[in-house]
Design a binder for this molecule. Structure first.
Ligand code: ATP
Ligand code: MG
Length: 443
């Protein structure tokens, strides 16, 4: 599995972009909040002042006798407005004509206004409506300046946060750069090297541990591959050398033609052995690539074992061995592959069983539904340290004890591969002079 090729982006670039957008958004919202609360405050104050003036005007008009209204009242009103230069007043008579304007030249163009009508029955002789205006241009100027300052602060603040964030991200990602540098220095020739885990943050440690674990497996697989190549070469060399030697001898000899048949016969035997090794290796490589068993219903595994044992009867009798099949089970299995498992196990058991002893074929169904098929024989115990290795390709506990030209150490590797093709596993026990080797299969 390969990690997808994402479009070119850097982690730091992405973090910085997010940080810049976030800080601008947060500071922008803050500034808008400040701006609108100041604006609301100012507007509130403007309304209050207009209301106060309105009350004062109303009071003055009510208090002043009608005949003094055009004289002392206007004088009082002008005094009142002198203290509040940004406030303006216009008094209209019943005909709608302005009879008093506090400052006719400076009536504000931008103003907050308030109208004060005098009720019919209390209408004073001269006035029916008072118009009040508050010049808002100084407040508007304050608001404009505040808006500019706040926008500037938001932009400068977000730039400062982004710069700070960039430095934090740059130094924070230093361990990642160190790891990238170390990974770049790994080569196929230095598979024994590992990434350092000493000063790595906890978040990256998991990744580094996984990576180092993968390197362990890679190194092991590489060593196995190298060993496997050497084993294959070694196994093929002897039969090929025999074929070459016997062919050269046949070519050089002056023996009669009939003797040539012997040479051809021996060559044929070696070639059959070679062909056997090659087809075993082909089978193993197919299993490695995930080939699965072709399952069909089998009613009685004991019957299937009986058929394979019948095939081996002559060999068993020749070795003075008796046999017994215990247990039975049914299920979905690949018949041809199970025959091969039994044949390989019986072949080994016959070779390693003590003369005159009994071979037992045990069939059982486990508690988790798995079916186990095992062949047990009395014979020399396999050392515990070799018990798992016997399923490795070309492994033989004691190569000198075997007939190297006949047995290549592939039989149990094939048993193990067939177990995996049935989603199962091989197993081996060897103690007190009894060896039991078999497979557990998902039925
Ligand atoms: N029943 C057994 N008792 C004792 N040792 C065994 C038994 N079965 C297997 N072994 C050991 O396990 C090794 C591997 O067995 P395996 O069947 O893979 O290879 P082989 O029998 O040597 O060769 P091949 O099966 O290719 O002819 C054997 O060489 C032998 O040392
Ligand atoms: Mg074998």
């Amino acid at each position: 599995m390969r990690l997808g090729n994402a479009p070119n982006f850097t982690l730091s670039g992405r973090l910085i972009r997010w940080l810049a957008s976030l800080s601008l958004a947060v500071l922008g919202c803050l500034c808008l909040g400040v701006f609108f609360s100041v604006k609301a405050n100012l507007e509130n104050q403007q309304s209050l002042r207009l209301q106060k003036l309105s009350d004062a005007v109303q009071h003055l008009i009510a208090e002043t006798p009608v005949h003094q209204q055009s004289g002392s009242l206007e004088h009082d009103l002008e005094d009142l407005l002198k203290i509040n230069r940004d406030l303006h007043l216009r008094l209209l008579n019943q005909q709608g004509k302005a009879v008093f304007i506090s400052s006719p030249v400076a009536w504000p163009s931008k103003a907050r206004t308030h109208a004060l009508t005098f009720p019919e029955k209390t209408i004073q002789a001269n006035y029916s409506l008072a118009e009040l205006a508050l010049d808002t241009s100084p407040d508007d100027a304050i608001l404009d300046r505040l808006a500019a300052i706040l926008w500037g602060a938001a932009l400068i603040g977000s730039a400062a946060i982004t710069m700070g964030g960039y430095l934090i991200v740059y130094f924070g990602l230093a361990p990642v750069r160190t790891l990238a540098e170390q990974t770049r220095n790994l080569a196929i020739s230095s598979l024994d090297k590992r990434l350092e885990t000493g000063r790595i943050p906890a978040e990256l440690k998991i990744l580094v541990d996984q990576f180092n674990g993968m390197l362990d497996r890679l190194e092991k697989a590489y060593q196995q591959l190298e060993g496997f190549n050497a084993d294959v070469a070694h196994e093929l060399r002897t039969p090929l050398a025999n074929i070459i030697a016997s062919s050269e001898l046949a070519l050089r000899s002056n023996e009669p033609k009939e003797h040539l048949r012997d040479y051809i016969g021996s060559n044929l035997e070696e070639m059959r052995r070679l062909s056997g090794i090659v087809s075993d290796m082909l089978f193993l490589s197919q299993a490695d690539r995930g080939a699965q068993a072709r399952r069909k219903p089998i009613q009685s595994l004991a019957q299937l074992c009986g058929e394979v044992v019948d095939y081996y009867e002559a060999v068993l009798l020749d070795a003075d061995l008796s046999w017994k099949i215990t247990g039975d089970a049914s299920g979905l299995f690949d018949t041809a592959l199970l025959r091969r498992v039994l044949s390989n196990l019986l072949n080994n058991a016959t070779r390693y069983a003590y003369q005159g002893s009994r071979i037992e074929i045990r069939i059982a169904r486990g508690p988790n539904g798995q079916v186990s098929i095992a062949v047990a024989n009395r014979g020399q115990t396999i050392p515990p340290e070799n018990l798992q290795q016997i399923f490795d390709r070309f492994f033989r506990v004691d190569p000198s004890r075997n007939d190297g030209s006949q047995n290549h150490g592939l039989g149990l590797a094939i048993v193990s591969a067939i177990a995996r093709m049935h989603n199962g596993e091989p197993f081996a026990n060897s103690a007190n002079g009894e060896t039991e080797i078999g497979v557990r299969l998902a039925s």
